[in-house]
Write a protein that binds this ligand. Structure first.
Ligand SMILES: Nc1nc2c(c(=O)[nH]1)N[C@H]1C(S)=C(S)[C@@H](COP(=O)(O)OP(=O)(O)OC[C@H]3O[C@@H](n4cnc5c(=O)[nH]c(N)nc54)[C@H](O)[C@@H]3O)O[C@H]1N2
Ligand SMILES: Nc1nc2c(c(=O)[nH]1)N[C@H]1C(S)=C(S)[C@@H](COP(=O)(O)OP(=O)(O)OC[C@H]3O[C@@H](n4cnc5c(=O)[nH]c(N)nc54)[C@H](O)[C@@H]3O)O[C@H]1N2
Ligand SMILES: [Mo]
Length: 552
């Protein structure tokens, strides 16, 4: 995030895009609700009527994958109405005139035609965003898990840059990070293109620095993404794989392809807390300790570096992840660099090699209130990025075009399927599925479908249906609800033992990030008889229309 979480409650305007915050980031959503209570405007851009819309000044229910058309139209309104911050644009950005010209065809009428959001509402939202003193953008997977994910994000950056809403309190462009320590994983170099501290692997200065520190030559080439690695497992270029903390078989798109990839490997290692579907395919399984069973550090969504502390002993042979990796590495290389005695030594090495962590140590992160960059030991941290200037010079405005999703409804597959999360379950349910309480809240999967679509298909609430895409098919119950718009259905992926949702999802990726288009697949839906064996008697499910428990 460019800004810190507590600031959100002082925003004057919040633009929440493709983020089902009350279910997926409930703690952050509390700040949004507080801001609304203090009088802030809230606009929600999401195809579905998610619980956050209950608090919204306006809900823009756009068609799947049409964000660029919508945000370009908003940018044009802002410029045409004279609401752009010209001083900021001149001082801190480049390409304003080019953007203005590029946006000429992106009228609000065109925006309406592509996104389905009424032109008037697009205009209202644009004016509210541009006229607010501090307007923050918050987004999550609804815009990144598309073949146009990068363009989607850049179209939001354009809005922030032309209105000067980047670099001060309660504004910014804020991706809410997904898993608890996904930010920390990136910080420590678990990315194909960076050393720890986001230092590029193809930068000779960084290469020299890490060669000196680690005493071995660095590979000067960027690595590949997981998506590419699975493809290479199929084509035989990759023979062995080590999967740490991921249930890849269940959570990657196109399960048939993933299964083939993992089965093609000569050697698979899985490091997990549980014997997951992925771990069952492994030659070696390393039992990992849970976050409550280890000492270490996590970096959260707003870049605050925090200690985690051991509260219980791990069961059986389970060991901390860093310990397992270091011990295998030591046996492979006999390199003394892997002789860490504790997680603090790992942290100190990270800080010594990464300028953004240079001013941190275990004492300084004791209270967990410092956001990186923290370049020196007496530095107070940087809760707000880009204050006064951008690190890389000027903010470049991007000339973006609308690109439709890679699959769109046709006669054979007449519905859009979008997938995501529900509050009581976490991803493949390996963890939440082990708790009885969660099972009461969400006992099984269901397909969320609009009443008009259900009627056309002869479906009644609780009926069983077959959802089929170009990749394969699954069977699940249906829940009739107005949460999803007509023509678009929704499923989670939390019950793989019954409904392997990712059999049907679309493996097409954004060409820059190789993030799959989990958010759009074309599917057909037909009513089927209840399968024997599965949930035999009464259809079990929680009612999705029940009020948001966080209301009020
Ligand atoms: N309870 C719970 N919380 C979680 C998780 C969990 O599994 N369970 N997972 C965590 C992780 S790793 C992540 S990444 C986050 C994900 O957090 P979110 O991204 O908020 O969750 P999703 O449900 O995947 O999808 C978000 C929204 O995108 C909308 N959407 C779909 N297509 C489009 C589109 O084309 N445009 C726009 N504007 N919106 C669209 C969907 O309707 C949905 O409401 O949640 C984190 N928090
Ligand atoms: N259809 C569809 N598919 C999606 C998405 C979607 O929106 N739609 N979203 C995608 C996104 S954003 C994400 S993040 C992925 C999530 O995909 P995964 O990360 O594969 O999902 P999880 O079920 O959370 O699996 C995490 C695994 O880590 C293990 N684990 C937990 N803690 C530790 C630990 O400390 N150490 C080790 N070694 N293991 C641990 C858990 O037991 C679990 O098996 O799913 C992706 N897949
Ligand atoms: Mo995620």
């Amino acid at each position: 995030m460019s800004n810190s979480i507590p600031e959100i409650e002082d925003a004057d305007m919040m633009l929440c895009v493709g983020t089902n915050m009350t279910e997926c980031h409930p703690i952050i959503a509390v700040r949004v609700k507080k801001a609304v209570r203090k009088g802030a405007k809230l606009y929600v851009v999401d195809p579905r009527k998610i619980p956050l819309t209950e608090y919204a000044t306006g809900h823009l229910p756009l068609k799947l994958g049409s964000d660029v058309a919508l945000f370009n139209a908003m940018a044009k309104v802002i410029i045409d109405e004279g609401l752009a911050d010209m001083e900021y644009s001149e001082e801190r950005t480049e390409g304003f005139e080019e953007l203005k010209k590029h946006l000429e065809p992106f009228t609000i009428e065109y925006g309406e035609e592509i996104s389905g959001v009424p032109a008037k509402l697009i205009r209202e939202c644009a004016i509210a965003y541009a006229s607010a003193e501090s307007a923050g953008i918050y987004y999550t997977l609804g815009i990144t898990e598309h073949i146009c994910g990068v363009s989607n994000v850049q179209s939001l950056c354009n809005l922030a840059l032309i209105t000067g809403n980047l670099g001060k309190r309660s504004d910014g462009v804020n991706p809410l990070r997904g898993q608890n320590n996904i930010q920390g994983a990136g910080d420590t170099g678990a990315l194909p293109n960076n050393y720890p501290g986001f230092q590029s692997v193809d930068d000779p200065v960084s290469q020299a620095k890490f060669e000196k520190a680690w005493g071995v030559p660095m590979d000067p080439h960027k690595g590949i993404t997981k998506i590419a690695a699975l493809d290479h497992a199929v084509d035989g270029r990759i023979k062995a794989m080590w999967i740490c903390g991921e249930n890849t078989l269940v959570t990657d798109p196109d399960v048939k392809h993933t299964t083939k990839a993992l089965e093609s490997l000569d050697f698979l290692v899985v490091q997990d807390m549980f014997l997951t579907d992925t771990a069952k395919l492994a030659d070696v399984v390393f039992p990992a300790a849970a976050f409550t069973e280890v000492d270490g550090f996590f970096t959260n969504s707003d870049r605050r570096v925090q200690r985690i502390r051991k509260a219980a002993n791990p069961p059986g042979d389970a060991m901390p992840d860093w310990w397992i990796i270091a011990h295998v590495a030591k046996r492979m290389t006999n390199d003394v660099h892997f002789d860490y005695e504790n997680s603090e030594q790992v942290f100190d090495e990270l800080a010594s090699l990464s300028p953004i962590y240079a001013g941190l140590n275990y004492d300084r992160i004791e209270r967990g209130d410092l956001a990186w960059p923290v370049p020196e030991l007496d530095h107070p941290g940087t809760p707000i990025l880009h204050e006064g200037e951008f690190l890389n010079g000027k903010g470049k405005l991007q000339l973006l075009n609308y690109v439709p999703p890679s699959e769109n409804p046709d006669e054979e597959y007449p519905f859009y399927l979008t997938t995501g999360r529900r509050l009581p379950t976490y991803h493949s349910n390996t963890m939440t599925g082990r708790s009885g309480g969660f099972r009461i809240l969400v006992p099984n999967e269901w397909l969320e479908i609009h009443p008009a679509d259900a009627e056309k298909l002869g479906l009644e609430d609780g009926d069983w249906s077959k959802i089929k895409s170009r990749r394969g098919e699954v069977i699940t119950r249906v829940a009739i609800t107005k949460t999803s718009p007509r023509g678009t259905v929704f499923m989670s992926f939390a019950f793989p033992e019954e409904v392997m949702t990712n059999i049907v999802t679309n493996p097409e990726v954004d060409p820059k990030t190789e993030t799959p288009e989990f958010k759009v697949a074309a599917v057909s839906i037909v009513r089927v008889e209840a399968p024997t064996g599965l949930g035999a008697s009464e259809p079990l499910r929680a009612n999705p229309d029940v009020e948001d428990p966080h209301l009020g």
